[in-house]
Design a protein around this ligand. Structure first.
Ligand code: NI
Length: 137
């Protein structure tokens, strides 16, 4: 059976502050710049979730994208959208909410939820110009 990669994009907006509690204020400012703003700042995130698998001969799908959308919404977007990542989301209680870390969290949450399709890429857009890719390694 031929195999395909299927991608669904979802959107959420959230606030965060990049900070390392082990750094001094000056180091935090130097490393994270405006992203260290004590009163947080927001992003309109786009999240591209890609799954790979065999095309089912009956449906012609690898995975129904509507089901993929529902899984991503239920497992992730519901917990992230309109939230302060540092304060409201337990996943980031002890994890600096950089785009890299958000992508890894998204992978860990989604990887078991999309089975039997195989999660192959999380692409998190933090701005229109910046994105990070995570492939689960
Ligand atoms: Ni930021």
């Amino acid at each position: 059976m031929p195999r395909c990669v299927v991608t669904r994009r979802v959107h959420f907006n959230a606030a965060h502050r990049l900070t390392n509690p082990r750094f001094s204020d000056a180091e935090n400012e130097r490393v994270f710049g405006v992203c260290n703003n004590p009163n947080f700042h927001g992003h309109n995130y786009n999240l591209d979730v890609s799954v790979e698998g065999e095309i089912d001969p009956a449906s012609g799908y690898v995975m129904d994208v509507n089901r993929l959308k529902e899984v991503v919404t239920e497992c992730l977007v519901r917990h992230l959208d309109h939230k302060n990542l540092n304060l409201d989301v337990p996943w980031f209680q002890d994890l600096n909410p950089t785009a890299e870390h958000i992508a890894v969290v998204c992978w860990r949450v989604l990887e078991p939820a999309v089975k039997p399709a195989r999660l192959v890429r999380i692409r998190l857009w933090e701005t229109e110009r910046n994105y990070v890719d995570y492939h689960g390694t």
